[in-house]
Design a protein around this ligand. Structure first.
Ligand code: MOS
Length: 700
């Protein structure tokens, strides 16, 4: 038995740049992703998706396929195990799509109709491509457009919010902007496609998965299959991107069904094209913004309506109209989210759900208002800084938007900007600059963690966190180092195993804040116990934490991160090509744990904003109801050559109510970035672009 040396006075782990603790394992291929973990006797599932956009399955010709080499089973609605999706999960009621193969109904194109299970994935694929499915087709409707009949305002919280009399304030305003904006269907298509392996092991169900929260997935699988929660273990050690799409999806459910039926490990991996149909996406939006202001730019009215689509089986709201609620003071605010149900797959959370498209509309409209008022766009935003939450009336946790604009303007060289549009040229390029605000809510959710002092002087931290590529594991290592007062190199952080106990998801920008709190609590308690002296037992000394009570006691406040986005665009008026030359984002987003990975995450979000502004657009064919070009060649997004010099930095903004000062940085990088670019394109050309993406054919 060895004794751990007392905590050394090591400080400053949090806030110092640290490469990813699993970086070497990732780049050398030692890190195993969900489809790479080896299992003896593994069988492979291959999905078959519907080719019709609405109707019923008349029959599935399973028998010929069953006789093909290596085929073990064909699962479909006629023989699949029964499941029950009428439950509440950590994220509310599930999309009933997870109750796969329970009915012969087809509500949209790309709906799963069968799973072939075979000895090899090649055999499963060949059989899947040979499977004949007969359908009774019914007419479908996938047509989304502004003012679409059949839309409604959902009942949920915050779908419709009103303060003051918007119509009266608009009527009394000197300057009014009334404009419509739209954003297309967009996809988060992670580098690592969704994959899961399931097996029964000694009466327990074990699932190796790629997800945003193993507690979440384990809980949902237990409920869906009516299992004792203690008998389900989900692990997700490495995740190659997620962005909101990696929750419970059909691949985990089908792997469990097949593993149960065949009593052997089964792996289900989605193809790139299947990912486009099966994991959710960002709904297109049609938005209308009306702003009313005094001659000096003071806002009297902010009115924002957003329409998005959802499927016929589940209501998901891309609440774009909600973006402005924590943003600007105005005598009257009105924001309404509406949806329409079409024969499409259900959309889902995608990085900054609501805020990403909502900020494009409102932050573009503010630029239009600045033009009408003859004001600088930054001065207009500063003029409308609120004292308290503009709609909620709640005090702010902390709000440093103005500091972001001041620092950003200084670094970007905003003071030299000539406000007139269409007057700067560089050869055949017209040049312009634009700004926009960003915001994202600061959320926290209860989590548990454990910290163990090992006899050899090292420490082990366990928490069911998920590192979706953000560097969360590394951030938690730094948090633990500061709390334990030891070097990060003496700490191992194990994550993403539901057996570690409940913890919240990597989503809503709340992962590191929520898990960091729990890790810190456990580590501090452990350090205090160690300070009392005594030997470390052979199995180590373990302390557990649970942040539920502390989080439950938090006072109600308007808690948000803020940011200022700057962009310079060059527009070739001959070809319509838009090139973004530089972007700068300055954020007030809480204490930054690891500047190295934080910067990457923010630059990644801004890159996505650039991609949203200029490239991304999923096109649904009205005739087939399916995507055109559902792959990474047909779905155009920013490539290296499109991405200019992007700088991300932050101002000091520790959250006063978080023990570490964290707010969360997962989503805010994308927010406002597309508006800043659209505003820069206006400044370059004098032409407003209210519909994304700003394609060359729209520019000419
Ligand atoms: Mo994020 S869209 O909450 O994973």
């Amino acid at each position: 038995m060895t004794t751990t040396t007392g905590p050394a006075a090591v400080t400053g782990a949090v806030g110092s740049a640290h490469t990813r603790v699993e970086g070497v394992a990732k780049v050398t291929g030692a890190a195993r992703y969900a489809a790479e973990v080896p299992f003896a006797n593994l069988a492979h599932g291959w999905l078959v998706l519907s080719t019709v956009a609405r109707g019923r399955i008349r029959s599935v010709e399973a028998e010929p396929v069953r006789r093909m080499p290596g085929v073990l089973d064909v699962l479909y609605y006629g023989n699949a195990p029964r499941v029950d999706a009428a439950y509440e999960g950590m994220m509310g009621r599930p999309d009933p799509t997870v109750a796969v193969f329970q009915t012969d109904e087809i509500p949209c194109a790309g709906w799963p109709v069968a799973l072939i299970v075979a000895e090899t994935s090649e055999q499963a694929r060949e059989a899947a491509e040979s499977l004949v499915v007969h359908y009774d087709k019914e007419p479908h409707d996938v047509d989304f457009f502004p003012g679409r009949p059949g839309s409604y305002t959902p009942d949920g919280d915050g779908m419709r919010v009103e303060k003051g009399d918007v119509e009266a304030e608009l009527a009394a305003s000197t300057h009014v902007v009334d404009a419509e904006y739209s954003t297309p269907e967009e996809h988060h298509n992670a580098m690592e496609p969704h994959a899961a392996t399931a097996r029964w092991d000694g009466g327990r169900l074990e699932v190796i998965d790629s997800n945003q929260g193993s507690t979440w997935i384990a809980d949902e699988l237990a409920k869906l299959f009516s299992l004792d929660p203690a008998s389900v273990r989900v692990r997700s050690e490495h995740v190659g991107g997620a962005f909101g799409a990696k929750g419970l999806r059909v691949h985990q459910v089908l792997a469990v069904m097949a593993a149960t039926v065949l009593d052997r490990p089964v792996r289900v991996v989605m193809t790139r094209r299947q990912v486009f149909s099966l994991v959710g996406y960002r709904s297109p939006t049609a938005q209308r913004v009306r702003l009313g202001a005094e001659p000096d730019g003071r806002l009297r009215a902010v009115d924002h309506e957003g329409l998005n689509l959802t499927s016929t089986v589940h209501e998901f709201v891309e609440s774009s109209a909600s973006f402005g609620r924590p943003m600007y003071a105005a005598d009257a605010h009105r924001s309404v989210n509406r949806v329409v149900r079409l024969n499409v797959p259900t959309p889902t959370y995608m990085r900054a759900p609501g805020e990403a498209p909502g900020s494009f509309a409102l932050e573009s409209a503010l630029d239009e208002l600045a033009e009408k008022c003859g004001m600088d766009p930054i001065a207009l935003r500063v003029r409308n800084e609120p004292e308290v939450g503009p709609v909620s009336g709640l005090p702010f946790g902390s709000r440093n938007l103005t500091a972001c604009f001041e620092e950003g303007a200084r670094r970007f060289g905003w003071a030299e900007r000539d406000p007139r549009p269409g007057v700067r040229r560089d050869g055949r390029w017209l040049l312009g600059t634009g700004v926009a605000s960003a915001t994202f809510p600061v959320i926290v959710a209860p989590s548990t963690a454990s910290a163990t002092a090992e006899p050899d002087g090292t420490f082990t931290v366990r928490i069911t966190a998920s590192d979706i590529g953000t560097g969360a594991r590394t951030a938690l290592t730094l948090v633990a180092a500061d709390a334990l007062e030891v070097e990060p190199g003496r700490i191992r952080v194990h994550i993403a195993d539901s057996d570690f106990g409940p913890a919240t998801i990597a989503g809503g920008s709340m992962g590191t804040r929520s898990w960091g709190w729990a890790v810190r609590d456990a580590a501090i308690e452990l350090r205090e116990q160690l300070a009392l002296g005594g030997d470390i037992p052979a199995q180590g000394l373990t302390v557990r934490s649970d942040t539920g009570a502390a989080i439950g006691a938090l006072a109600q406040k308007e808690r948000h991160s803020y940011g200022a986005q700057f962009a310079e665009a060059a527009v070739d008026v001959g070809t319509g090509e838009v090139r973004v030359r530089r972007m700068l984002g300055i954020y007030a987003a809480g204490r930054i744990i690891n500047p190295l990975t934080a910067r990457s995450q923010l630059v990644g979000g801004m890159t996505w904003g650039l991609s949203m502004a200029l490239h991304e657009e999923a096109v649904r064919d009205q005739i087939t109801g399916a995507h055109v070009g559902a792959d990474l060649a047909g779905y155009h997004f920013a490539a290296n050559a499109d991405v200019p010099h992007i700088e991300a930095d932050w101002v000091d903004d520790p959250d006063p109510d978080d023990p570490i000062g964290i707010k969360g940085i997962g989503e805010i990088g994308i927010v406002g970035a597309a508006a800043a670019i659209a505003n820069a394109v206006w400044h370059a050309t004098g032409v407003r672009h209210r519909h994304l993406p700003i394609r060359p054919d729209r520019v000419i």
